[in-house]
Design a protein around this ligand. Structure first.
Ligand code: NZQ
Ligand code: ZN
Length: 383
């Protein structure tokens, strides 16, 4: 296990009615609050009314229209608004896109430097940010409990994780997810499974506590996705998935490990060119990537097959068991109605694949460091 320091900055309010508890306790001393949200789903499902009623003694500055796959332009717009109005707290109400956009708004509002240039050109991490909180309305990304934010810079054609920003508190009320389109619920839940896998297949590969907890989170996520398909309004199951989403990204599964996240890097860069759905893109990429690399770590992939998918490994080589596990993952993706190809996701034009492959961040890899050519081949195979 690698050395680590663990601390935990986000306070979680989980369960029905948590928004009231959280906002009453956490925003006592705030006067002007930027209420940030997306395309308006919160106005239809009543969450907007809930939240504004809880903020009635505050000055509210609304920032709406944060799009799925939020852009850096939107970040700059939000930061400008926050500065102009001397906002002292940002409340993000939405899914990963709204939370991510607000995280970087919170950083940009506190500095005259351009945050994108600061992080990517000058390799400097943020030193301060406005305080912010997250009310999660669609789960899966775990953005509410980690210190990353995925932002698309449309001018540079890069979708990338920006680090160093986090929410002071997160509200996880599974009732708030009931109105999320079901396709998005499943795509979000697969994102959770993907975060687990990208961590599990990091290094070092020996088994220790983080991996065993991870196996439990993966098994539960799979079980609960199946249960939710049977009973879409089951609030217990929604709550389990919501907590699994946070667990996958709150750092606990990553302790002592270097994560892989190569599937994410490919999906993000594809997103920069196609604006595709995150969870769906991952569902297409994972099996193709794993079929290509499992032979470089057959033991770990065989363990994944046995402990997560219940594959019987007796009398089989690690490679045979590993491949069976990857087949289980592929069958599961099909079973839960996620796409099997980019074409099925609605990506018609593959002329961007070369640019995607050449601009894709390459990680140390779970067991094999890919080349840009291999990423191109993976994209072609996914098509
Ligand atoms: O815009 P609104 O009206 O909010 O509608 C959203 C959006 O259309 C809708 N929605 C959310 N809550 C709803 C609801 N509709 C009805 N009822 C509700 N209660 O759902 C749609 C998708 O929302 P979005 O926030 O885009 O989805 P998700 O949570 O999957 O976030 C995706 C973004 O997060 C990034 C992804 O790359 C993508 O940009 N990620 C962020 C991560 C992080 N910060 O750590 C990690 C992830 O790996 C991921 O990359
Ligand atoms: Zn993800």
């Amino acid at each position: 296990m690698k050395n680590f320091i663990f601390s935990y900055p986000t306070k979680v309010y989980f369960g029905k009615g948590s928004a009231e508890k959280a906002l009453t306790a956490e925003l006592k001393n705030c006067r002007s609050i930027m209420l940030a949200y997306g395309g308006g789903s919160i106005k239809k499902n009543g969450i907007y009314d809930d939240i504004t009623a809880l903020l009635e003694d505050k000055k509210i500055i609304e920032f709406s229209g944060i799009m799925p796959n939020p852009t850096y332009k939107k970040v700059l717009e939000g930061a400008e608004l926050a500065r102009e109005n001397n906002v002292d707290f940002i409340l993000a109400v939405g899914g990963g896109s709204v939370i991510d956009c607000c995280k970087i708004i919170a950083v940009q509002a506190k500095t005259d430097e351009d945050v994108w240039d600061m992080e990517f050109e000058r390799k400097k991490m943020p030193v301060s940010m406005l305080k912010m909180g997250a009310v999660v309305t669609a789960s899966g990304t775990g953005a509410e409990m980690n210190n990353g934010a995925v932002i698309t810079n449309e001018d540079k054609k890069i979708k990338a994780g920006m680090l160093g920003a986090y929410a002071e508190f997160a509200v996880l009320d599974p009732y708030y997810t009931l109105s999320v389109p079901f396709k998005q619920v499943i795509s979000g839940a697969f994102d959770t499974l993907s975060h687990c896998m990208e961590t599990y297949f990091g290094t070092p590969r020996e088994s220790f506590i983080s991996d065993e907890i991870n196996e439990a989170v993966m098994r539960n996520t799979i079980k609960n996705i199946r249960a939710l398909i049977e009973e879409p309004d089951d609030i217990e199951v929604r709550g389990e998935l919501m907590w699994a989403s946070a667990m996958a990204e709150n750092g606990i599964l990553k302790l002592g490990k270097t994560t892989d996240f190569q599937a994410h890097q490919i999906e993000h860069q594809l997103g920069a060119y196609t604006n595709c759905n995150h969870g769906q893109g991952l569902a297409v990429i994972h099996p193709v990537l794993y079929r290509r690399i499992y032979k470089y770590a057959p033991g770990k992939f065989a363990r994944f097959a046995r402990t997560v998918w219940g594959v019987e490994g007796k009398g089989k080589t690690d490679s045979e068991t590993a491949l069976r596990g990857i087949n289980c993952l592929t069958e599961f993706i099909e079973e839960i109605g996620l796409p099997k190809s980019f074409r099925e996701m609605g990506i018609e034009d593959k002329s961007c694949f070369e640019a995607v492959a050449n601009s894709c961040n390459i990680t140390a890899g779970c067991c094999k460091r890919l080349t840009a050519d291999e990423i191109y081949e993976i994209l072609e195979e996914c098509y």
